[in-house]
Design a protein around this ligand. Structure first.
Ligand code: F6R
Length: 608
């Protein structure tokens, strides 16, 4: 996903926009640009590369503009070069636009506009939109934007300026997030609250098919059909220090270490040890339907899918409800069977993942009760659900998801015990489960003490290009997650598997010194995983074990052991994932990789 920020007010806009872009870089960072408006002059500067490259091209002292729009891009249509960077301008050079999303029918409009004599300067779908607005422009930017948007298909979050109407930004949204920041005599527009949080925490979230016109004098919101809409001004719940590095080298490191606090925030007001029950206000209105659910489908992508897999085990174990977990990208195109009593739960950190959003809409259309487990308040998925539960783990800036995984597992654990208690779990079992859950933050702090040891292991193995991660039961999803973390930030090939599957083929991969990470905590399958470890040892693999504190026997089998405290089996993923996150982090640092901005990846995948 790309990032948008815009400003209109009395201050010099350029430094604000560049600061906003830097905060948005985690959303995409292959090119960046700004369009500044001073009186009736529009000045566009853009470049391939990071925001730092753009920054060097700009004249901060010379720019007195108090209106401007800016963008950091993650290429979808057209290479990440200077020309394709946003903002794009129309042929007259009067109108500039920044865009997140995809214009689906851009080829047809490109042809139409070319026939009218428009010469295109870029390969982007976005330029087609700005040229169309330019063609429709007859002295009223808002009207021209409205008319152009009525003709195009696709998704957009846009901000547009016009040199003939200085001091005005027109913004609109369909399928790509956009919010308006409300300051004192100034307004900001952004795709993400982190871009504007340094200036205001008061925001109005645009809904799909809404439009805003902002100037220093005010904010006016309408639907795309020009029906006035009154927006609530909300307080962003995230604070500025949550989106800063606070002494850490990388956001990923910061977010790994934030997990105990994130868990406390996630459980606050929900886990009630006094009453031995869970309060989940977000799904209280649909509690009856959930209790009577006949089937649950969890749908998500990537790390959130791994959390969903833990959820499958939890809902079946604690809730005794048949549960499946589905890749959202498969579910949406698979003609899924949704019977009466099916509850579909979409899991997403960002709340903007295109496949997950589409899967959820598909499920709703087919009559399922659609729930969300989402981190970002007001995000598209959160809006699309019938009810849901926010993670409350704070902003996740590092591209590799860490604390969101734990938040997702914790929320699913709370939901499973909530349902279980209503169906068949005894008071004492529920109480025991919740007490164990409440101990997790403190136990995470102990698991984090492994950081130096994880670093030593990572340094020793960082040059090995193939790793295996193996786990059974609740630890199988953790194996998948450990492998994903390693590959996405260190570019080491890693595969996660259910440990027993190893003997059906992957065992052939094991050679002398190959790192094989076993999640071998005490539990129902401990003996089995020990025999899997023996098999790997016999073939010369280097066994790295994540084990339960006090398990001294395992040191005889494993080259390295990372201990985590004991907890109930269903909650173990919340602890065992931590050493794996640490190993991935240190391996990436050892290999000199850009941890927070891994190649080819950006936070939030808003395209198919
Ligand atoms: C991996 C990672 C991705 C996301 C996936 C879903 O570290 O971050 O695999 O988990 O793109 O994103 P959300 O949770 O925002 O829907």
């Amino acid at each position: 996903m790309c990032g948008i920020v815009g400003y209109v007010g009395e201050r010099r806009a350029l430094p604000l926009l560049i600061e906003g872009l830097k905060r948005l870089e985690y959303r995409g960072y292959d090119s960046a640009g700004v369009a500044m408006m001073e009186d009736h002059t529009l000045q566009v500067t853009k470049s391939a590369g990071r925001v730092a490259v753009l920054e060097q091209m700009l004249d901060f002292d010379g720019s007195k503009a108090t209106t401007g729009i800016a963008h950091t891009r993650w290429a979808t249509h057209g290479a990440p070069n200077d020309a394709n960077a946003h903002p794009h301008t129309d042929a007259s050079g009067r109108i500039a636009l920044v865009h997140n999303g995809i214009i689906e029918n851009y080829t047809a409009f490109k042809k139409y506009l070319e026939q009218k004599g428009v010469v295109f300067a870029t390969e982007t779908d976005t330029e087609v939109l700005v040229q169309l607005i330019g063609c429709r422009y007859k002295g009223n930017l808002e009207k021209a934007v409205r008319e152009a948007l009525a003709e195009i298909h696709g998704t957009f979050g846009i901000a547009v300026v016009c040199s003939e109407e200085p001091g005005i930004i027109v913004a609109a949204r369909r399928g790509s997030p956009l919010l308006i920041g409300v300051g004192q005599g100034e307004y900001l527009v952004a795709s993400d609250a982190s871009a504007i949080l340094a200036h205001t925490s008061q925001v109005a979230y645009l809904s799909d098919n809404e439009m805003a016109v902002i100037s220093a004098d005010g904010l006016r919101t309408t639907t795309l059909d020009n029906i006035p809409v009154t927006k609530d001004i909300q307080e962003v719940e995230w604070t500025l220090d949550q989106i800063e590095l606070a002494g850490h080298d990388h956001f990923m490191e910061k977010e790994i270490f934030e997990q105990p606090e994130a868990m406390r925030n996630c459980m606050r007001g929900r886990v009630d040890l006094g009453e031995g029950k869970v309060h989940l206000g977000g799904i209280a209105d649909v509690a009856r339907e959930i209790t009577r659910a006949k089937r649950i489908i969890l749908t998500a992508c990537g790390t959130a899918w791994h959390a969903g897999l833990v959820g499958e085990y939890l809902f079946e174990d604690l809730g005794r409800i048949p549960t499946e977990v589905e890749y959202a990208s498969e579910f949406r195109y698979r003609n899924p069977v949704i019977e009466d009593g099916t509850v579909v739960i979409a899991i997403s950190q960002s709340g903007e993942t295109a496949d997950t959003l589409a899967a959820l809409s598909e499920a709703r259309e087919r009559g399922a009760l659609a729930l969300g487990v989402v981190n970002v308040v007001g995000s598209s998925i959160a809006r699309e659900t019938d009810a849901g539960i926010y993670l409350h783990v704070g902003p996740e800036i590092g591209v590799a998801s860490t604390k969101a995984f734990c938040g997702q597992v914790a929320v699913l654990a709370m939901m499973a015990s909530y349902m279980g208690r209503r169906r068949h779990l005894s008071q004492s079992t529920t109480q025991e489960f919740l007490e164990a859950l409440a101990r997790i933050p403190e136990q995470m702090e102990q698991a984090l003490e492994n950081s130096d040891q994880a670093k030593t292991i990572a340094e020793a193995c960082a040059q090995r290009e193939n790793w295996l991660y193996l786990g059974r039961g609740y630890q199988y999803p953790v194996a998948l997650e450990g492998a994903l973390k390693l590959k996405e930030i260190s570019y080491i090939h890693a595969e996660g598997l259910p440990a027993a599957e190893m003997k059906h083929g992957p065992i052939a991969l094991i050679n002398d010194g190959m790192p094989v990470v076993f999640i071998a905590t005490q539990g129902s399958q401990y003996e089995k995983i020990i025999s899997n470890i023996e098999q790997v040892r016999a073939r010369g693999g280097r066994v790295i074990a994540v084990a339960t504190k006090g398990d001294h026997g395992i040191t005889k089998l494993a080259t390295d052991v990372l201990y985590v405290p004991h907890t109930l089996e269903p909650l173990q993923p919340l602890l065992t994932v931590i050493p794996l996150q640490l190993i991935a982090y240190h391996a990436a640092v050892t290999r000199g990789c850009n941890v927070d901005k891994p190649r080819n990846l950006a936070k939030s995948v808003t395209v198919e």
